[in-house]
Ligand binder design. Structure first.
Ligand code: UT7
Length: 326
C-alpha cells in the first residue's frame, strides 16, 4: 500500500517586525492587554517584494530545496490564501511563475486558516490515486493589507507569512498522511468574514459594504474554535484508531494562546508536546500551520515514524485535523 509523504518543508517571513508597543501608537491598546489576551508579542508585516505570492514562492523554494526536487518536477501547486494581491489569476499561478514550475497546474483554496490542512488532504488524495504526482502545498497570507487598522479588536491579532510542504509518494506503508477530518459551517459566516471590493453591478452590491477587511466577533469565534478543534481531533483519533499518547508533536493553528490552552485542557493533552510560536508571528491564517510545521521540522522535534497531529479553525467556518506519520 502506497502512502503520501512530506519530502520537504519551508517557510518565509517578511523582514519587518511590528511589536505590541508599535501598535500602541496606532490604536488604543497596550502590550499587557494584547499579550495576556492572546499570547502575541510580535507579528511580521509585508513590505516591498513581500507580496503573498512572493513569500509563498520563497517558502516553496525552501521546501523544494529540502526535498531535493526541481520546480519542473512539480505536477501541482496549491496555495491556501485569502489575501492574494489579485482575485485572478490565482496566487498559485503567480507562485508557479516565480518558481518556474512549468509542468504543474496551479490553483488556490479559499478556506481561511484551514487552507493548508484542506490542501494537504487534497494532495494526499491526488497522490493516492495517481502515485507519481509531486505536489507543493503552501499556506500564505499578507493579512496586514486586509485589516482595518482602526479596529483594535482585529488589527492586533494577525500577521504575514508563508509556509510550504512538498508531498510525494512512498512505498513504505508505515509512513505518510494517515488521514484527515475536515468540516465547514457556512451558516456561521458572519462571525468572521471579509468582503471583496464593491460590485460594479449595483444589483449585486452588498448594502453598506464596509470594505475588504476582516470583521470578527472575537468571543463567539473563540468558543466555536475551541469546541470545533476538540471535536475534530477526537473524531480523527477515533477514526484512525490512534491514541492521544502516541502523538509525538501537536501542531495546532496559532491563533491565540488562550484558545490553545482551552483546547489542551479539554483534550487533556500535555503542553510540552505542543508546538507554539504565536508570540512571534500572531495569527498568520493559512500560513500558521505550515510555518509551525517547518520550524518544528528544522528544529528536529520529530523523526522518521513519529506521529504528528495538525489542526486548524478559521473563517467560513472551516476547521479540521490531520495526522501524519513522518
Ligand atoms: O483563526 C481564528 C481567528 N480568530 C481568533 O483567534 C479570535 C478569537 N477571539 C479572541 O481571541 C478574543 O475574543 C480576543 C482576543 C479577540 C478578544 O478578547 P476578549 O477577552 O474576548 O475581549 P472582548 O472582545 O470581550 O473585549 C473585552 C474588552 C472590551 O472593552 P469593554 O467593552 O469591556 O470596555 C474591548 O473593547 O477589551 C476591549 N478591547 C481591547 N482593549 C485593549 C478589545 N480589543 C482591545 C485591544 N486593546 N486591542
Amino acid at each position: 500500500m502506497m502512502g503520501t509523504v512530506i519530502l520537504g518543508t519551508g517557510s518565509s517571513l517578511p523582514k519587518r517586525i511590528m511589536t505590541n508597543k508599535d501598535l500602541e501608537v496606532i490604536v488604543d491598546t497596550d502590550d499587557e492587554w494584547i499579550f495576556s489576551r492572546t499570547g502575541i508579542r510580535n507579528r511580521r508585516i509585508g513590505g516591498a517584494g513581500e507580496k503573498t505570492h512572493q513569500i509563498a514562492a520563497d517558502a516553496g523554494r525552501k521546501a523544494l530545496e529540502m526535498a531535493g526536487i526541481l520546480p519542473e518536477e512539480l505536477d501541482l501547486v496549491v496555495v491556501g490564501t485569502i489575501s492574494s494581491h489579485m482575485l485572478m489569476p490565482s496566487c498559485a499561478c503567480f507562485v508557479q511563475k516565480e518558481l518556474g514550475a512549468v509542468n504543474a497546474f496551479a490553483y488556490d483554496i479559499n478556506a481561511a486558516c484551514s487552507g493548508f490542512i484542506y490542501g494537504m488532504d487534497m494532495a494526499d488524495k491526488y497522490i493516492r490515486s495517481e502515485n507519481q504526482k509531486k505536489i507543493l502545498v503552501i499556506g500564505a497570507e499578507t493579512l496586514s493589507g486586509r485589516l482595518n487598522w482602526k479596529d483594535r479588536n482585529t488589527c492586533i491579532l494577525f500577521g504575514d507569512g508563508a509556509g510550504a510542504a512538498v508531498f510525494g509518494h512512498s512505498n513504505d506503508s508505515t509512513r505518510g498522511v494517515v488521514g484527515s477530518n475536515l468540516h465547514s459551517d457556512g451558516r456561521l459566516w458572519r462571525l468572521l468574514h471579509m468582503h471583496t471590493a464593491p460590485s460594479t453591478n449595483p444589483d449585486l452590491e452588498v448594502p453598506d459594504n464596509p470594505g475588504a477587511h476582516i470583521i470578527m466577533e472575537g468571543r463567539e469565534v473563540f468558543k466555536y474554535a475551541v469546541k470545533a478543534m476538540e471535536d475534530s481531533v477526537c473524531a480523527l483519533l477515533k477514526q484512525e484508531n490512534i491514541s492521544m499518547d502516541s502523538i509525538k508533536l501537536f501542531i495546532p493553528h496559532q491563533a491565540n494562546i488562550r484558545i490553545l490552552k482551552n483546547l489542551l485542557e479539554r483534550l487533556q493533552f500535555p503542553e510540552e508536546k505542543v508546538f507554539v510560536n504565536v508570540s512571534d508571528y500572531g495569527n498568520t491564517s493559512a500560513a500558521s500551520v505550515p510555518i509551525a510545521l517547518d520550524e518544528a521540522n528544522r528544529q528536529g522535534l520529530f523523526a522518521r515514524g513519529d506521529t504528528i497531529l495538525l489542526c486548524s479553525f478559521g473563517g467560513g467556518f472551516t476547521w479540521g485535523a490531520s495526522l501524519i506519520k513522518w
